[in-house]
Design a protein. Structure first.
Length: 533
């Protein structure tokens, strides 16, 4: 770069930020054999720019804000399904992640013993291989107990900066390879179908039928003696009635068989007495409530499907609604406008972020992350600007709403906030790591550190992929989320999400292991310093 250009970038952090973001985004669109870095390329653009000139830095507050914003929005989005996922497979997945981190630390010990890496540099290589800055800070903090701390302080940073790029690239490549080799092994999100059943025998209420099938189906219309009405859960169909059943095809077939047999005509096509329409949820009075808690009976209406992002879901009674959901409503034509007003039905309102709830949530998360949690022996750790907002986001997302406060942002606004936070974090941390990387990479010992970091990352990935797929039999989306949570690195999560049509299970896997992975890395990094010195 010419002197005038470098001076301009060094003197204007805002200009530098957007140059790095633009360069990284352009590089992220390049595909080689089907693989592209996506948003993660901003991180490597930052490292490249930082290596060019040590003055290319952004204020730490900027990338901390980006990290907090990213993990908080991930937490809020994952909150509704988090506890269920934790109960189903969370303990086993967390045990697997701890085993993977221990495997990575064993490689760091081997690098010290077999390759002659200085103890503090080996500990730094471990934190870089696991892409965890708080663990690096913890290792440096533990070094302060050494009388020669001044000469040792830079060693973990060198190890971290050399191992960090491979700690990002290897998981990205592993995720790409897993998606390429196993695409189609996991069943895609099933499409929803509608069938009309002729009732042959009493089966109880429609709500009871749905419960017997794990609420995987719902009902749109019921025709009784030529009268068509919305199929409320309390209705009990009689023999000869027609009922429209909505859900995945296998479940719909099973319910139709339970009710009786399939009708030759589809009553959902008759729009004279009942109409259907997708209505956008923009009302904050309704958002955060469950479908079963809605006042749809007052409108003689029923909800059959909810489209969130690009995915259709059955509108079962326990489904928690979010701003931006598009709800398929069945109602008399004369009541459709009233139902639309009830839900809001305003795309303009969805573009407005509730800064009160976002501010309260982020403040609570950053406050929690700053608290020092003591360990026996005088040591302590904190969740930091990543763990604190994630934990608070999970709690608030699970709550849905608190009185008039709706914690979930509109779906599209939440995705935008998540992407904004991601690029701020990638640009800032990349520029920050660039100078240390450029100075360390030219030294003869650099290859030993990189090899140790690559081996540590590979060992951790091998444990998670083998244990998750073969022992725990995790679905692919969940497994990839666990891999991203293991690395405590947004790049892996962002890349996997960009390659999938539905990232809910991915985010749940990430959120269910992230907090323990963060804590384990911080503790093990300090233990490595104490053990090796």
């Amino acid at each position: 770069m010419t002197g005038s250009l470098t001076d301009a970038l060094a003197g204007d952090p805002v200009l530098l930020l957007f140059v790095v973001v633009a360069a990284g985004s352009a590089a992220g669109r390049v595909r080689v054999a089907g693989f592209s870095l996506g948003a993660a390329a901003v991180l490597f653009a930052g490292i490249a720019f930082g290596a060019l000139d040590h003055r290319f830095v952004l204020p730490d507050e900027l990338w901390i804000l980006g990290l907090a914003l990213f993990v908080y929005t991930v937490g809020v989005a994952s909150g509704p399904g988090f506890l269920g996922a934790l109960r189903r497979r969370g303990l086993a997945a967390n045990g697997l992640v701890v085993a993977a981190i221990l495997a990575a630390s064993a490689v760091a010990v081997a690098g010290h013993a077999l390759l002659g890496l200085p103890a503090s540099r080996a500990a730094g290589a471990f934190t870089g291989a696991e892409t965890n800055t708080p663990a690096l800070a913890a290792a440096i903090e533990r070094l302060k107990e050494q009388p020669d701390f001044a000469s040792l302080a830079a060693e973990p940073v060198v190890g971290y900066s050399l191992a960090y790029p491979v700690g990002v690239l290897l998981p990205l490549f592993a995720v790409w390879l897993a998606l390429r080799r196993r695409r189609g092994e996991d069943a895609p999100v099933p499409a929803l179908v509608v069938q009309t059943a002729v009732v042959d025998r009493p089966v109880g209420t429609l709500g009871e039928v749905s419960s017997r099938h794990s609420r995987s189906v719902t009902f749109g219309r019921l025709r009784h003696e030529q009268h068509l009405e919305a199929a409320a859960a309390a209705l009990a169909p009689a023999a000869g009635d027609l009922v429209s059943v909505v859900g995945p095809v296998d479940e719909v077939d099973a319910v139709v068989a339970e009710l009786g047999h399939r009708a030759p005509d589809e009553i959902q096509l008759d729009r004279h007495e009942l109409d259907f329409r997708r209505i956008v949820l923009s009302s904050r009075r309704v958002a955060g409530r469950r479908v079963g808690d809605l006042d749809l009976d007052a409108f003689e209406a029923s909800a059959t499907r909810v489209r969130r992002g690009d995915v259709d879901m059955v509108a079962h009674p326990d489904l928690q609604l979010e701003l931006g959901d598009r709800i398929r409503i069945v109602a008399p034509p004369s009541r459709m406008k009233d139902v639309a007003r009830y839900f809001g039905d305003s795309y303009r309102a969805l573009a407005e972020v509730d800064w009160l709830t976002l501010g309260v949530g982020l403040a609570a998360g950053l406050g929690l992350g700053s608290l020092a949690i003591p360990f026996p022996g005088g040591a302590s750790f904190s969740l930091g600007s990543a763990g604190g907002p994630l934990v608070v986001g999970l709690a608030l997302g699970a709550a849905g709403r608190t009185g008039p406060l709706v914690w979930q942002p509109p779906y599209t606004a939440g995705l935008t906030l998540r992407q904004l936070g991601l690029v701020l974090f990638f640009a800032g941390i990349g520029l920050r790591s660039g100078p240390a990387f450029s100075s360390a990479i030219v030294k003869p010992s650099a290859l030993l550190v990189i090899a140790t970091g690559a081996a540590a990352t590979s060992a951790a990935l091998a444990v998670v992929f083998a244990g998750g797929a073969r022992l725990l039999r995790l679905p692919q989306r969940t497994l990839l989320g666990v891999v991203a949570g293991l690395q405590t690195q947004p790049a892996v999560l962002a890349y996997a999400a960009s390659e999938l049509d539905d990232d809910r299970e991915l985010s749940l896997g990430y959120a269910s292991v992230y907090p323990l992975a963060m804590i384990a890395k911080i503790v093990i990094a300090q233990a490595l310093v104490a053990l090796l010195l």
